[in-house]
Design a binder for this molecule. Structure first.
Ligand SMILES: [Zn+2]
Length: 122
């Protein structure tokens, strides 16, 4: 639930104040598989917290980022499928997680409900 509220806050802060009557249509997110976010439950929480706000009805477009790990010992680089991080090549525990922990808003689509009905993408 906290993440959904955070997304709502960031989105509202990102909307230019000159838009008179904005409606948020879609929010693009990048979520790493290690971020411990289940997309379907995030979508559900998002719908609950956006009720009666300008974000009501907005869709979440979630792109899942795979986990990439790199061994600091031998330099081996691989896509990890489970959260046990030992080098597959040399069994070293000196493994660095290169990606998979992100939770980023990469874009927000807003309809300003104005005459030209143009969309804004941030
Ligand atoms: Zn290694």
């Amino acid at each position: 639930m906290g993440i959904a509220i955070e997304i709502v806050k960031i989105t509202i802060d990102s909307i230019p104040t000159e838009l008179k009557n904005p409606t948020v249509k879609r929010i693009h997110l990048e979520i790493g598989k290690l971020a411990a976010v289940v997309p379907t439950s995030l979508q559900f929480c998002f719908e609950v917290v956006t009720k009666d706000t300008i974000l009501e009805g907005a869709k979440l477009h979630i792109e899942e980022i795979p986990v990439w790990a790199k061994c600091k010992n031998c330099g081996y680089f691989w896509m990890a499928t489970e959260p046990i991080f030992m080098c597959k090549k040399c069994d070293s525990g000196a493994v660095e997680i290169v990606s998979g922990q992100e939770l980023d808003i990469t874009g927000i689509e807003v309809d300003d409900n104005g005459d030209d009905s143009s969309d804004y993408l941030f």
